[in-house]
Write a protein of this length. Structure first.
Length: 214
């Protein structure tokens, strides 16, 4: 079964075509890498797949349902896009609690376990504004895993992490995949893609092509 089908998707912002006639089908339960330089269209592709941005043309199916027709947002998804955004005056736990309350799928204990899994203290009362870049990134990963979503879109999840934390995120991504999650991943580091991904797509000036060398 396909997790995601993208058919002839283009996205224009004013006169600039950010995505150009993108088509691919991604198998359920895989880890799929997307590589390309800054501005290549990777983040916009993730925004379009997640339902945050509507494509100018084309269609997207998520688990056999049509995005923007059968539903507005994928039903079981987590997304990390660019710089993590949190309510800086609140603690890490409180931030994740606000998000968890939207769907009410999980308990406070699930939230605490996710925070602990990424190497943070779930009982840390400090506001997120005191967090380092790496701590904010870990909190974003905790948010991405806490509800055990079927689909995970991780845009540069290793950003700001030290070597030990990167190894831990590798393990987390593999754990999520082993429980059945389909994971889309971008990284500037070739070793991340080689270590984790079942298949790889190149993004260049909004054009997406499969890397058959993978």
């Amino acid at each position: 079964m396909s997790a995601i089908e993208v058919n002839n998707v283009s996205k224009k912002i004013k006169e600039t075509e950010v995505l150009h006639d993108v088509s691919f089908s991604l198998e359920k339960g895989k880890i799929i890498g997307f590589v390309g330089h800054n501005g290549s269209g990777k983040t916009m592709l993730f925004r379009v797949i997640s339902g945050l941005v509507k494509p100018t043309t084309g269609e997207i199916k998520i688990f056999d349902e049509m995005l923007h027709q059968d539903f507005s947002f994928p039903r079981s998804i987590s997304v990390i896009l660019e710089k993590p955004g949190f309510l800086e005056q609140y603690s890490g736990f409180d931030n994740l609690k606000f998000l968890a309350d939207i769907q009410q799928k999980i308990t406070d204990q699930h939230i605490k376990e996710a925070i602990q899994r990424v190497g943070l203290d779930p009982n840390d009362k400090r506001p997120v504004k005191t967090y380092s870049l790496g701590m904010k990134q870990k909190l974003a990963i905790a948010q991405a895993i806490m509800e055990s979503p079927d689909l995970m879109l991780l845009d540069e999840p290793m950003n700001g992490l030290d070597e030990e934390a990167v190894k831990n995120v590798y393990e987390i991504i593999r754990e999520q995949n082993q429980r059945g999650a389909t994971i889309l991943l971008t990284s500037h580091h070739k070793e991340d893609i080689e270590a984790l991904c079942d298949e790889v797509y190149k993004v260049n000036s909004g054009v997406v092509t499969k890397n058959h060398g993978q």
